[in-house]
Structures are given as structure tokens and as C-alpha cells.
Design a protein around this ligand. Structure first.
Ligand SMILES: O=C(CO)COP(=O)(O)O
Length: 250
């Protein structure tokens, strides 16, 4: 049985004041929820604040990005060890917004995945197709390439301590959610790809859905066999909405 995981990706949102209000609301809503792992991924500059606010609550902290380097002359970068010092346990790698706006390649993303693991943190590999790719019948080939980038570089063992988030690009921030059948189809495909290499890794992998997940559609999505939680954008910025989602994962 895979444990549900619900992560909020705040993207580039928040102020010190709004963060405090949001975390206060989440702590109250998450208290006593012990069957779901709940986490928030704030912008890097706020991680220290969130660590302090979250205290010893059951809210985990994730980062939105990491450097491939361990340290040194890399202006603007932030290493996995630095994130770890501030209580980070998950790191998003390969989010479609970074693939698009920062031109991140599968090769670079695999390196970030490895740098995260080397520091003892859990990478959350984000994958997913664009609308154009879906309409051209390329869902399977896009997902296969994105999943295999890590296997080709580091072997299937690298997926032993990792999470995969399936986020169809056309569903992110658009209000258009993949139907539970469309999401399940992609998740099953991802699990099948892993199973072809290692059945145990495939069976244990938490595969999250992301893309306009809301309290109103979360239960149906997460009831699907291969959907083990959510990576939530917009709805994670409102405590009641995010709570509605992690409560639906119970
Ligand atoms: O990109 C996402 C999470 O990483 C999804 O964003 P939305 O939930 O705002 O569609």
C-alpha cells in the first residue's frame, strides 16, 4: 500500500505575511492527519521562514529547484545540502515551467535528481506532455523519454527513493483538469515503464497527479489505482482548498 503524498507547489508566490497566515491555517487543518504526507514547496528565499513556522508540525518542506553542483562558484544557485540544512525533504526537479522558461533538458534534470538524492533528499521528478504532443499521439513517447532520462544516467535503482509527478502541461494553471481516466492511463503507463525494469520499484513508486487539482476533483483523481497523491499549484495557496485536497487523500 502506497502512502498518499500531497505537495503544494507555491511557485513564485507569497509574502512573509501571507506565508504566516497560510502555514497557520495548514497546521490547524493538518493536525491529526496521519495517513497522508503533506508538504509545501515555497520559493527558496522563504524556506527558512517556513521551517520556523512549521516547527514540529506534520507539514514537510519541499524546494522547487536545486543546483546540480555541491558548492562553489555558481552564482545564484542553491545546493541540496543547503536545502537540507533548512529542513527540506523533497525537491521538485523538471517542473514543466522550468523545462519551458529555463530550457532545462532531460539530461540536466537527471543531474538535479541525482544531486538531490546524494544529499539524502527525495527528488520529485515532474513529467508530462504538452497539448500539441498529446494531440499528435505522442503521450507515450514523451513520458517514456522523460522517465528513461534518469534510468539511462543512473539506472533503475535511482528510482528507489523518489517520487514521480505526472503533470500534463495543458492542465497546469488552466482550470482544465485531466479526467480521472486520462490521468490514470498516464500513471499506469509510468508504472508499466518502471515495472519493465524492476517490479518492486514500480509497485512502491508514489506517482502524483498535478494540473488544476482542486478540492472538487481531488477525491475522484486520487481514487484511481495508480494515483497516489497530488502536486498542487494554485489551490495550495489557500489553506481551506489545500486542506480539502489532502483530506480527500485520506
Ligand atoms: O504545476 C502545478 C504543480 O506543480 C499545477 O499547478 P495548478 O494546480 O495551478 O494547475
Amino acid at each position: 500500500m502506497r502512502r498518499p503524498l500531497v505537495l503544494g507547489n507555491w511557485k513564485m508566490n507569497g509574502t512573509k505575511a501571507s506565508n504566516a497566515e497560510l502555514i497557520e491555517g495548514l497546521k490547524a487543518a493538518a493536525a491529526g492527519v496521519d495517513s497522508v504526507t503533506i508538504g509545501v514547496c515555497p520559493p527558496a528565499v522563504f524556506i527558512a521562514q517556513i521551517q520556523e513556522l512549521a516547527g514540529d508540525s506534520n507539514i514537510c518542506i519541499g524546494a522547487q529547484d536545486v543546483s546540480v553542483h555541491a558548492g562553489g562558484a555558481y552564482t545564484g544557485e542553491c545546493s541540496a545540502d543547503m536545502l537540507k540544512e533548512f529542513g527540506v525533504s523533497y525537491v521538485l526537479v523538471g517542473h514543466s515551467e522550468r523545462r519551458t522558461y529555463q530550457n532545462e533538458s532531460d539530461e540536466l534534470i537527471a543531474k538535479k535528481f541525482k544531486a538531490t538524492q546524494d544529499a539524502g533528499l527525495v527528488p520529485v521528478l515532474c513529467i508530462g506532455e504538452t497539448l500539441e504532443e498529446r494531440e499528435a499521439g505522442k503521450l507515450e513517447s514523451v513520458i517514456t523519454t522523460q522517465v528513461n532520462a534518469v534510468i539511462d544516467a543512473y539506472g533503475i535503482e535511482a528510482y528507489k527513493n523518489a517520487v514521480i509527478a505526472y503533470e500534463p502541461v495543458w492542465a497546469i494553471g488552466t482550470g482544465v483538469t485531466a479526467s480521472s481516466e486520462q490521468a490514470q492511463e498516464a500513471h499506469a503507463l509510468i508504472r508499466k515503464l518502471l515495472a519493465a525494469k524492476d517490479a518492486e520499484v514500480a509497485a512502491g513508486m508514489q506517482i502524483l497527479y498535478g494540473g488544476s487539482m482542486k478540492p472538487g476533483n481531488a477525491a475522484e483523481l486520487m481514487a484511481m489505482e495508480d494515483i497516489d497523491g497530488g502536486l498542487v499549484g494554485g489551490a495550495s495557496l489557500v489553506a481551506a482548498d489545500f486542506a480539502g485536497i489532502f483530506n480527500a487523500a485520506k
